[in-house]
Design a protein around this ligand. Structure first.
Ligand code: FDA
Length: 397
């Protein structure tokens, strides 16, 4: 088997790994980045519906879930969305803000991959695809990494950067290797679970809304102290849409979630006003002016809200409003890693230096990106963490 020497070996050519490679190589080190996939940045390619929501202009540590809510502050504060935007603009990549500070490529997520691959090549980083790290051993000089696959080799290096991502979407190459490496070197790994994932429901609940699969509505969804105002989507298996994906990261088995339709208004007040204005309208028609019509018709039928507004007492209208703005549901579970956008939990931040992402007890070993117990909300935050943590390690090596 061939023997080679590099300063740094980066495991995983995803968002975090490529960002780290650019900066580590720019500092003059010999950098090798390896990935078992045939192409780099596969998750970038499919992200944001193919347009990559590459950052969020408002990203700060409050948009992340972690055992230590302060851990991400250092990297996020030093490598900000503006830094990444400047890189995107330098490469002439056209982008737009969609909503809530979310920036997307105008053309294609492939533009971001091409930018990162181009920057890595310019910095002199070597990339090997279809290559699997089989063994990592520590020695006096640093590490020996045994690589299998198309170009099997043993590589001696001073630094190993673990950028293997989480467990979400195994079909896209997620393996959980990063957690195994952490454990091998004695680092704690917090409980991992799927995040940003659709919620599923038992047959008893599904019966109530399966017929309206495909209907979307603006809602406030809450679970415990967490709440998000965005769109909800009814599906054949349960609930999805941005609001539900967001709350899924906070939801735990046996907890209820609460849904409020038309969250910025008081539906009771609106129905009473509608009654005074024209009481001959049916309750269903009045609701159809406030909510998506299919949803209003479905709820009116299922709940037996028949008759006109005039026939309903103000108390009855308040009751209807109460149901629509405080709907409590018990999810049965989630769709799991098959469709989850991220993995919650990961390498315990207590084991890492927040400035450099280095393992405190293992000199030369770094963990960046999703493998770390730092998980962002939906909306470009997870890529911002990948860029910021990759930069933090890359500029420290
Ligand atoms: P990432 O998963 O990107 O990279 C890890 C790399 O390691 C992969 O290339 C993988 O092949 C490699 N690897 C894994 N195991 C290996 C092994 N055993 N051997 C060798 N290589 C191995 N976020 C966001 O901010 N905006 C968005 O628009 C989206 N959209 C989105 C859509 C979908 C469908 C998903 C699944 C996820 C998103 N995300 C997102 C989340 C975002 O993609 C994610 O947080 C980052 O890609 C994480 O970057 P990492 O580099 O840490 O891991």
């Amino acid at each position: 088997m061939r023997r080679e020497t590099f300063d740094t070996v980066i495991l995983g050519a995803g968002a975090a790994g490529m960002m780290c490679a650019i900066h580590a190589a720019a500092r003059g080190g010999r950098v090798l980045i390896v990935d078992h996939a045939k192409a780099p940045g596969e998750k970038i390619r499919i992200s944001g519906g193919g347009r990559c929501n590459f950052t969020n202009v408002g990203a700060s540590a409050r948009n992340f879930i972690s055992g230590n809510p302060h851990f991400a502050k250092s990297a996020l504060g030093r490598y900000t969305p503006q830094h990444f935007i400047a890189m995107v603009e330098k490469h002439g990549i056209a982008y737009h803000e969609k909503t809530l500070g979310q920036l997307f490529c105008d053309r294609s997520a492939r533009d971001i991959i091409a930018m990162l691959v181009g920057e890595m090549a310019r910095a002199g980083c070597e990339m090997r695809l279809s290559t699997t790290p089989e063994r990592i051993e520590r020695n006096e000089a640093g590490f020996t990494v045994t690589l299998g696959g198309e170009r099997a080799a043993t590589v001696g290096c001073r630094h190993v950067v673990v950028a293997c991502g989480g467990k979400s979407i195994p079909k896209m190459g997620a393996t959980g290797l990063g957690y195994q490496i952490a454990k091998q070197f004695g680092l704690a790994v917090t409980e991992t679970r799927p995040g940003l994932v659709p919620l599923t429901f038992g047959e008893d609940v599904l019966r109530g809304f399966r017929e309206i699969a495909g209907v979307a509505a603006d809602v406030r969804v809450s679970c415990g102290k967490a709440a998000f105002e965005e769109a909800l989507l009814f599906t054949h298996r349960g609930l999805s849409g941005p609001a539900v994906l967001q709350i899924s990261s906070y939801w735990r088995e046996t907890q209820p979630i609460r849904i409020a339709f038309l969250p910025s208004a008081d539906i009771g007040v609106l129905l009473c006003a509608a009654k005074r204005e024209n009481g001959r309208r049916s309750i269903q028609t009045a609701l159809g002016e406030l909510l998506p019509r299919r949803l209003a018709a479905h709820l009116a039928e299922k709940q037996g809200w028949s008759g006109t507004l005039a026939e309903a007492s103000d108390r009855k209208l308040a009751e209807i409003a109460g149901m629509l703005q405080n709907w409590e549901l018990y999810p049965a579970g989630t769709e799991g890693y098959r469709t989850a956008e991220v993995t919650l939990g990961g390498v315990d931040t207590a084991c890492l230096d927040s400035r450099s992402m280095a393992a405190k007890a293992v000199p030369g070993l770094f963990f960046i990106g999703e493998v770390v117990d730092v998980t962002g909300w939906l909306g470009g935050y997870n890529f911002q963490w990948a860029w910021a943590s990759g930069w933090a390690a890359g500029t420290e090596i």
